[in-house]
Design a protein around this ligand. Structure first.
Ligand SMILES: *[C@@H]1O[C@H](CO)[C@@H](O)[C@H](O)[C@H]1NC(C)=O
Length: 221
């Protein structure tokens, strides 16, 4: 009954609307207005309305089938867990710190064995980049960080905190290349810098903490 009354009201309103249009001598039909009325009454869906296309999982997977790096990343994060080398110990193993100077062989600090006397000698003023090499064995790690604090004669002179990122388990080593830095230079700057480094993650896990020394000399050794 109520519905019937609404329908009648609706019809009367439409007649009035048409009459108004005729009186205004408008030749364009206000389709939107008519559609709005119908939807309000719940009698009909807006004509021309298109439901979003249904997309299944397979389609999503196929979408980026050609993007090799994305596929690799997905595989790294999701798959092949049983094939990954597990050397025991921490989920994240820090393997080495490499000091990269253009035109020279990398200086390599092995972080897998005895950590008690790690040192390198660098020529003053050279541009270099630190590269940290590590492996993730079992679980995805997020928010890896590489932190260092530099002291000269016991006084803190520098510190760095690099966001390394999130990585999935993989047999091969991952590596992170820190931005370019300038080795100190000048007579006063030459000498030994003692560095305390840490490799951590967002959950405050410390995977490795080690001390090493960088000697700045007038020339390469
Ligand atoms: C580690 O190296 C230091 C010096 O290089 C040495 O004195 C020490 O005995 C070594 N420790 C082990 C466990 O090999």
């Amino acid at each position: 009954m109520l519905r019937h009354i609404r329908k009648v009201k609706h019809t009367i309103y439409l007649i009035l609307l048409c009459a108004k249009l005729v009186m205004a001598e408008e030749d364009t039909v206000p389709v939107e207005e008519l559609q709005k009325l119908e939807v309000e009454d719940g009698d009909e869906l807006t004509p021309g309305y298109k439901a979003p296309a249904k997309v299944d999982l397979q389609t999503i997977q196929d979408l980026d089938a050609d993007d090799e790096s994305l596929q690799k990343y997905k595989k790294e994060l999701l798959g092949g867990k049983q094939d990954i080398l597990d050397e025991g110990g921490n989920n994240v193993l820090v393997k080495a710190l490499r000091i990269i100077v253009e035109g020279r062989e990398d200086l390599v600090i092995d972080l897998t064995g005895n950590l008690s006397d790690l040192k390198v000698t660098m020529k003053e003023g050279v541009k270099y980049r630190l590269k940290i090499v590590f492996r993730v064995q079992r679980e995805i790690v997020s928010g890896l960080r590489f932190l260092s604090q530099v002291k000269r004669k016991g006084i803190k002179v520098d510190s760095s905190n690099h966001m390394v990122g999130s990585y999935g388990p993989k047999t091969e080593e991952h590596s992170f290349l820190a931005p370019m830095e300038d080795a100190p230079s000048g007579m006063i700057a030459r000498g030994v810098y003692n560095i305390h480094s840490k490799f951590t993650d967002d959950d405050k896990n410390i995977y490795l903490e080690w001390d090493w020394a960088m000697t700045i000399a007038k020339n390469w050794k």
